[in-house]
Design a protein around this ligand. Structure first.
Ligand SMILES: [Zn+2]
Length: 485
């Protein structure tokens, strides 16, 4: 940050901007343990809004919350071969506790399949006990070498859904259903458009048959994997002996799914909407949707503007999250600056003249310069603010969609052109892939770009690509390529 408290601009150094904005907006603080983060109240309030919306969507699709332990015996993780191989480099292991060396080391969960299924196996006897539809809100630990607040931290908060089904088709549908729930949340609440699709085998979750993901384009034109949903087949059921008795009396393994989103979404929110002034929050996820800044010079004025502010807050109660900034030691201008940095969608200014005239000044965080500031009568303000917030939510989403469209290209077939693009502006590139992992690896080595997903039909180009971007052989798939977080 420069001396006059301006943030480094996004165009100058996006990474520096990000590091500054998470601090300056009061979202996080550093932890004495490298790679961990302290989420401050304002940042945690955003997470709580996300949790509450997602939790509602999970329950509406029939899931129940439960809680499982933080630790698991090393031997439990070892039971699914691919799973342990995938996670071993990232696990934290407790070898000593209570002043003694443990007989068997305990792993701090990197994800909970190996915690949940050995236990839930005992809850399932017959087909009547299925499906099992669980969700857990928890923290997990994955030891990371390079960390950044929200985007990649050693300990993070998330939700993990875990389900078991009698038939394969049902599990596949579940994995798909939850991907759609994530997409709904990301688009409707976060105002962050996503491309959904399937991950290539090399990018699958360790132990999954198929992994589906939501990919969003950040303002620096890098992709963010925002949520994943896995069709686990019977891999975990076999490893943990999760069986049920069919109607005919046969014993069969169940079919599992798991799916998760994490505090990484807050990083996505910041990098989708933030600007050089700071954070910019879509109203549905803003801890304060409206901040009222009362302006006074004398004590008498102070009393009258605060009274008015309180009346307006009461008038909006129930529908709008309102905060009155009555801090004594700050100028109104400094307060405006502060709330703009924290991304509050709507600001109301109330001065002594506004009390006389029964009006307020409304300033929106995101509207274009000419209609940012409006004088509105008190009654009109109360009546229109909820609608204004809906419009602002729609506006930031449209802007994010416009930006993604502007930074996506289709029909690119020339590898040299692709390389130049990845060295330059980046963004989303839809292009052909032959299906060979060697091409995927070569592109990654040459350009750092990876296949984010093989997009679902609605995202595919009208004309399917004919040739593999890398080797020029005939293309089996259309792939979405981008550099990613
Ligand atoms: Zn190829």
């Amino acid at each position: 940050m420069t001396k006059d408290r301006r943030l480094t601009s996004q165009s100058e150094d996006f990474a520096a901007w990000y590091t500054e904005v998470v601090q300056a907006a009061g979202l996080v603080d550093y932890s004495p343990v490298r790679g961990c983060m302290v989420i401050k109240p304002y940042g945690y309030a955003i997470w709580e809004l996300m949790q509450s919306a997602l939790d509602g969507l999970f329950k509406a699709t029939g899931h129940q919350n439960a809680y499982f332990p933080l630790f698991l015996p090393q031997s439990a993780l070892d039971r699914e071969a691919e799973h342990v191989e995938g996670f071993a480099p990232q696990t934290a292991v407790v070898t000593h506790a209570g002043g003694e060396e443990l007989e068997e080391p305990l792993v701090v969960r990197p994800t909970s399949e190996a915690v949940i299924w050995p236990v839930v196996a005992n809850w399932i006897q017959s087909y009547r006990d299925l499906p099992v539809l669980l969700n857990q809100w928890a923290n997990v630990v994955r030891w990371e070498l390079r960390t950044r607040p929200f985007l990649r931290t050693t300990e993070f908060l998330w939700q993990e859904g875990h389900t078991a089904h009698a038939i394969a088709e049902e599990a596949r549908e579940e994995a798909r259903r939850m991907l759609a729930v994530y997409r709904e949340f990301m688009e409707e609440w976060m105002a962050m458009p996503v491309v959904t699709g399937e991950k290539t085998p090399s990018e699958r979750f360790a132990g999954a048959e198929r992994t589906f993901a939501c990919e969003a384009l950040m303002k620096d034109n890098k992709a963010l994997q925002a949520g994943t949903s896995h069709d686990l087949g019977q891999n975990f059921a076999r490893a943990f002996e999760v069986q049920y008795q069919t109607e005919e009396g046969r014993h069969e393994f169940v079919w599992n799914t798991s799916w998760g989103v994490s505090t990484r979404l807050i990083g996505g929110l910041i990098m989708t909407h933030g600007d050089d002034q700071g954070l910019s929050l879509p109203p549905r996820l803003a801890p304060y949707q409206l901040v009222i800044v009362p302006i006074w010079k004398s004590d008498e004025q102070r009393q009258s503007v605060l009274e008015k502010a309180e009346l307006l807050r009461a008038g909006l109660a129930g529908g709008v999250r309102v905060h009155i900034d009555d801090r004594e030691n700050m100028t109104p201008g400094a307060k405006y600056f502060d709330w703009e940095r924290r991304g509050v969608p709507l600001r109301m200014e109330v001065g002594p003249r506004d009390v006389e005239k029964s009006q307020v000044v409304l300033v929106s965080r995101t509207a274009s310069a000419e209609d940012r500031k409006r004088f509105v009568g008190d009654a009109e303000a109360l009546a229109t603010i909820p609608e204004m917030l809906i419009d602002l939510q729609a506006g930031v989403r449209r802007e994010a969609e416009r930006r993604r469209a502007e930074n996506s290209v289709r029909g690119l077939a020339d590898y040299g052109e692709f390389k130049a693009r990845m060295e330059g502006s980046g963004g989303f590139v839809y292009a052909g892939w032959c299906g060979d992992e060697r091409c995927e690896q070569k592109v990654k080595q040459d350009t750092k770009a990876t296949i984010r997903v093989l997009p679902d039909p609605e995202f595919r180009s009208e004309e399917p690509p004919e040739r593999c971007l890398c080797c020029g052989e005939s293309a089996d798939h259309e792939a979405l390529w981008a550099k990613a977080y």
